[in-house]
Ligand binder design. Structure first.
Ligand code: NAD
Length: 373
């Protein structure tokens, strides 16, 4: 079987999820090429060497430029902090590598546009890792909406809530520094529910945003006694209009005590509604207005049947799957696109579009007005 050599940049949280997916994918899915976990890269020699051993990579490198310069590498998988996405992706595309990049695609619209231009010019396959699109329940929701089960869509209501920085003593990590992260809750988690809105409902035509930084100074990680300025948002609320006339109401916060990685989505259409809750990710709730009047109510679809998207590759019905599987699904589709030379959603064009919405939300908050897209 054909093989594809992978070079992965960044080895912490996302590096671990993607390593697992590269390792698992051909054990479960009918891949057209077998991925080889060739080189993993990070700046700390000991750290990356240990990661290579633990996650099953053949080699470790401390310079991403060397990984890209290796003519044997087919795919570059970017799992680094946001300030490096553009530089690495553009260099990878120029070297003719197919690129999978973590979200948000970039820090700014300008960076995202340059990345899109580079991959298009090089003719390589490109994908942004919005892995939540490939939760089977979300993929089923997409199928139902596309086939008209919900009729005309009126509302997209979504929230993505966490609480990991609610403690004012939590240090000023890279995600709280604008120069590295680009933005806070907006690019980190609002980006996901904006992506799901674009995927499930359609393109935004205008947004009205409200960003807030509750804690403005935090201890520096390198020196607990010194404080540094938080240069990103802690929470963001978005009202939006879709081109198809639907309305969006989004909330993303890292200050929602008790919420760890809480994603809830409700979509209301003329024929019915769908409700999804990530903490119960194998379930999709469906309300059908055509049900007999005396039987109406939300029905629970346990999305674990072989007929459901991606599920047949895993376990018998009712044997649920989890977070890590969404990355395996993403990487399976990416491999198939690379082998067949096809485009695979969400592309860098989606990442660029997403970035335009994020920037419009920020601009709206600063200027106190609606921004058209
Ligand atoms: N898809 C998702 O749901 C999801 C979840 C978490 C994070 N992310 C995204 O994944 C990316 C990484 O986030 P994370 O949580 O893994 O962060 P992390 O802090 O856990 O890891 C960042 C990694 O980047 C590496 N890195 C930074 N600069 C580098 C450089 N110049 N050269 C080589 N390596 C470098 C670090 O060594 C580290 O391994 C971010 O863009 C983040 O937004 C996506």
């Amino acid at each position: 079987m054909k093989t594809l050599k992978v070079g992965m940049i960044g080895y912490k949280f996302m590096g671990k999820t993607h390593s697992n997916a590269w390792r698992q994918v051909d054990k479960f899915f009918p891949v057209s090429a077998k991925p080889e976990l060739d080189t993993i890269c990070g700046r700390d020699k000991n750290g990356v060497t240990n990661a290579a051993k633990q996650y099953g990579w053949s080699r470790a490198s401390t310079r991403w430029q060397d990984v890209i310069a290796n003519p044997e590498i087919d795919i570059i998988d970017i799992n680094t902090a946001n300030d490096t996405h553009a530089e690495i992706a553009i260099a990878a595309a120029k070297a003719g590598k197919h690129v999978l990049c973590e979200k948000p695609l970039a820090r700014t619209v300008a960076e995202a546009a340059a990345m899109l231009e580079a991959v298009k010019k090089a003719g390589v396959v490109h994908m942004v890792c919005h892995n939540y699109r490939r939760i089977p329940a979300i993929a089923l929701a997409k199928k139902m909406i596309t086939s008209g089960d919900l009729g005309r869509i009126y509302h997209y209501r979504a929230r993505y809530l966490q609480d990991w920085i609610i403690d004012p003593e939590f240090p000023l990590v890279w995600r709280l520094r604008g120069k590295i992260a680009g933005s806070g809750a907006n690019g980190d988690i609002n980006a996901h529910i904006i992506d799901l809105g674009r995927y499930l409902v359609g393109e935004f035509s205008a947004v009205c945003g409200l960003l807030k930084t509750f804690i403005k100074q935090r201890p520096l990680p390198e020196s607990k006694t010194k404080m540094g300025r938080v240069t990103v948002d802690d929470a963001v609320i978005t009202l939006g209009k879709f081109k198809n006339g639907a309305l969006a109401c989004l909330e993303a916060s890292r200050f929602a005590a008790g919420r760890k990685n809480h994603i809830q989505i409700e979509i209301n259409g003329s024929k019915g509604s769908l409700v999804f809750d990530f903490e119960d990710m194998n379930r999709l709730k469906y309300f059908n207005r055509d049900d007999a009047a005396d039987r109406q109510g939300y029905r629970d679809i346990i999305v674990t049947e072989a007929v459901h998207p991606y599920v047949g590759a895993w376990w018998p019905p009712g044997h649920i799957i989890g977070y890590e599987h969404t990355f395996v699904h993403t990487i399976f589709d990416f491999i198939e696109a690379v082998v067949k030379g096809k485009s695979v959603q969400p592309t860098f064009a989606d990442g660029w579009q997403n970035q335009k919405v994020l920037e419009a939300v920020e601009k709206s908050s600063k200027q106190g007005r609606w921004i058209k897209l």
